[in-house]
Design a protein around this ligand. Structure first.
Ligand SMILES: C[S@@+](CC[C@H](N)C(=O)[O-])C[C@H]1O[C@@H](n2cnc3c(N)ncnc32)[C@H](O)[C@@H]1O
Length: 280
């Protein structure tokens, strides 16, 4: 039995003793929606990968840049593995650029979903689906039922830092392809994904830590990540190191890692589904 007191915001059914990848990520970001078990394992992950807190912030910065880019092109967003919304969440960034933008957040973590529902209760054009993204048919049916997105029109599918939690045996490429095939021509995919290309020893160590979390973590090579984007035309600059994807024109905030992409060890890309792709 847990000795940790359950805070009021945690649904009764939440397992607070098994470290959750969503809540560990919240801890790296400096959030408060995490429990002792999450923090303990997150501290072990930080010992294996000391740059993790910079990395998650750089990932959120990429999310802002990618969603800003996309909001000029589409007005529907499907955020898969959305996590616990923090400042600069997708619906906020999208609406800044396009007041008609609609966003559906999908996550399998109960705390992420409960917190998102609370935050979004009074927000027009935003909704939350509690589902496992690996079951694309169930996710898309729930999205249609919620009536927020029209899948006959282009949608931006977002997969930020989530596919490492889909192991190879669950066929991540097949899952991405299922969303690709279910979305209209003119749709987009934006993804970020951790890599073991640069620091294989740290990658192995952090992977070992995550064997004790709610999801295991699989970091992938650039070639493997490129394969996930099959069928999409990559917008410039293509699949690149995270901080190199369309950096802010004025340079943005100073880079705490001095531009060392190996310390970030994440790739990012935005792809576009050309007209006629669905018939190919
Ligand atoms: C590292 S966080 C990323 C959060 C957010 N996308 C971002 O980039 O800031 C990964 C999120 O994916 C969620 N997740 C992992 N596997 C999932 C699955 N199979 N279905 C839905 N969500 C999943 C976790 O619960 C967690 O909230």
């Amino acid at each position: 039995m847990s000795v940790q007191r359950r805070p009021g915001w945690a649904p009764d059914e939440v397992d607070i003793d098994t470290p959750s990848t969503a809540r560990m990520y919240d801890y790296y970001l400096g959030g408060s929606h995490n429990f002792a078990a999450d923090r303990q394992l997150a501290e072990q992950a930080l010992r294996a990968w000391p740059d993790a807190q910079h990395l998650v912030r750089a990932n959120r910065a990429f999310l802002r840049r990618a969603v800003s880019f996309l909001a000029h092109r589409v007005d529907q967003f499907l955020d898969l593995g959305a996590g616990i919304p923090t400042v600069g969440a997708v619906h906020e960034v999208a609406r800044e650029k396009n007041p008609r933008a609609r966003t559906v957040y999908v996550d399998c973590d109960q705390v992420a979903v409960a917190h998102s529902r609370r935050i979004l209760a009074a927000v027009p054009g935003a909704g939350v689906v509690h589902a496992d993204l690996r079951d694309s048919a169930a996710v898309l049916a729930a999205v249609e039922t919620a009536g927020l997105l029209d899948l006959r029109r282009p949608v931006a599918v977002l997969m930020f830092a989530v596919l490492p939690f889909v192991p190879d045996e669950d066929d991540p490429a097949g899952i991405v392809a299922a969303y690709r095939d279910a979305t209209a021509p003119g749709s987009y995919l934006a993804l970020s994904h951790g890599t073991d290309d640069y620091r294989p020893q740290n990658a192995r160590a952090v992977g070992e830590v995550y064997t004790r979390a709610s999801h295991t973590m699989t970091l992938r090579s650039r070639t493997q990540i490129a394969a996930l984007l099959d069928g999409y035309e990559l917008v410039e600059p293509g699949l690149v190191d995270l901080t190199c994807w369309r950096p802010e024109p004025d340079g943005g905030l100073p880079d705490p890692l001095g531009g060392d992409v190996q310390r970030y060890s994440m790739y990012a890309a935005v792809g576009w589904l050309p007209q006629g792709a669905a018939d190919a």
